[in-house]
Design a protein around this ligand. Structure first.
Ligand code: SF4
Length: 81
């Protein structure tokens, strides 16, 4: 019985750790290098028509630092109007 209780405690702790790890993973933005960011658009794909772009601050929800409205990275997602 004690082993079973210990198993459940360890499992709960492991799930909690994994959950926190996942939250932290998504809370931190990725580097421009990791995102393959560039200051120029790729065809019609550019930051100012990307789902992740935040126009007021000229930042991106997933890439760190300022991004150019005409910039682009490999995580581009076309914004739906
Ligand atoms: S995901 Fe890439 S393309 Fe989209 S706003 Fe961020 S840096 Fe620009």
């Amino acid at each position: 019985m004690l082993a079973r209780r210990k198993f459940f405690k360890l499992t709960a702790a492991a799930i909690g750790t994994l959950t926190l790890g996942t939250v932290n993973l998504f809370a931190k933005k990725m580097s421009k290098q990791a995102a393959k960011y560039q200051e120029t658009p790729k065809g019609e794909q550019q930051c100012d028509n990307c789902f992740h772009y935040e126009a007021e601050t000229k930042t991106c929800a997933i890439v760190e630092g300022k991004v150019a409205p005409k910039g682009w990275c490999s995580f581009y997602v076309k914004e739906q109007n």
